[in-house]
Design a protein around this ligand. Structure first.
Ligand code: PEP
Ligand code: MN
Length: 337
């Protein structure tokens, strides 16, 4: 942290600020310039809010020099982290595809979808059993029955499954069925839930909140990492902006920004990122071109009768075509799918 003193700060004020900072366990390094004095604060500044120093006499402003996240930071861990999921590596050369319905609705719907997405080359089956819906009157998911159907699909098609957990008290149950725990956008800052998944050793896909910055996403990841679970993947799924043509605004910038700030794998969700099936394939292509380590795509055999997110779900044949296109983009940038 750097404390910039006011132009006319007195030597007593400078001394007082240095003594105060040192009393908190930091070392200080003053630089006496012609115009003003700057005090370098040496030590791990993360637990301290820099604004508190602005209250001291003679201080103009205080600036952080370290990022507020540590375990998630590439400074701390320069190599890419590879998350292993039943023999699939996420975060290396490979671009992976997770696909399936928004919600598990019936055995027939799930089995038809898993057969199609596996055939098209998906690596992981997605499907919601506990659904965080904006309306309490909307379909809330099949719960335990949905988890059982996912297990059946997993065993029959040998695909790992990802499913959302919405409550800290459900983590143990969902972890018995899921290969990857999904934390949804609405729960990105549910710190009790982040703590609970941090105590498991299950891979976690942490989705960016609807109104969250990239830094807030990384701070949320920091909760999971700091509770002992290093198997974290991040997901850009679109943010809320003034635009209404699409459901959310997929933040393509977040992909290279995250790849540069963190070592954790980055997955793109163009289904929620756009909300319209017609835009899913173009944004999937763009996300892989931008460096995403994987995609998560909603697929439904009959989107018109889906109980959630039909408008953004691809039919199986459109999904297969998308995988082929994205595969060629991955190859063009030296990766494989
Ligand atoms: C989902 O994956 O179906 C979902 C609810 O996503 P999000 O949390 O990104 O809205
Ligand atoms: Mn959905």
């Amino acid at each position: 942290m750097v404390i910039v003193m006011k132009h006319h700060a007195s030597s007593e004020e400078i001394k007082y600020v240095m003594q105060h900072v040192e009393s908190l366990g930091f070392k200080t390094h003053p630089v006496y310039g012609e115009e003003r004095t700057i005090i370098g604060v040496i030590g791990d500044e993360r637990p301290v809010e820099p604004e508190v120093f602005d209250l001291l006499p003679g201080v103009e402003r205080t600036m952080r020099v370290l990022k507020p996240f540590k375990l998630a930071s590439r400074d701390f861990h320069p190599e890419d982290s590879i998350v292993q999921i039943n023999g699939i590596s996420v975060g290396g050369d490979q671009v992976i595809v997770m696909a399936g319905p928004c919600s598990v609705e019936t055995r027939e719907q799930l089995m038809e979808t898993v057969a199609a997405v596996k055939q098209a080359g998906a690596h992981v089956l997605r499907g919601g059993a506990f659904k965080p819906r904006t309306s309490p009157y909307a379909f809330q998911g099949l719960g335990l029955k949905g988890l059982e159907l996912l297990r059946e699909a997993r065993d029959e098609y040998h695909l790992p499954i990802i499913t959302e957990v919405v409550s800290p008290t459900d983590v143990t149950l969902v972890a018995q069925y899921a290969d990857i725990l999904q934390i949804g956008a609405r729960n990105m800052q549910n710190f009790a839930l982040l703590h609970a998944v941090g105590e498991t050793q299950k891979p976690v896909l942490l989705k960016r909140g609807l109104m969250s910055t990239v830094e807030e996403l990384l701070m949320a990841a920091e909760y999971i990492l700091s509770h002992g679970n290093q198997r974290v993947m991040l997901c850009e799924r679109g943010i809320r902006t003034f635009e209404t043509v699409t459901r959310n605004t997929f933040d393509i910038n977040a992909i290279p920004a995250l790849k540069s700030l963190t070592h954790l794998p980055v997955i793109a969700d163009p289904s929620h990122g756009t909300g319209k099936w017609e835009y899913v394939t173009p944004i999937a292509r763009a996300a892989v071109a931008a460096g995403a380590d994987g995609l998560i795509i909603e697929v439904h055999p009959d989107p018109a009768s889906a109980l959630s997110d039909g408008a953004q779900s691809l039919k199986p044949e459109k999904f297969a075509a998308m995988v082929d296109e994205v595969r060629r983009i991955a190859q063009a940038i030296g990766r494989k799918l």
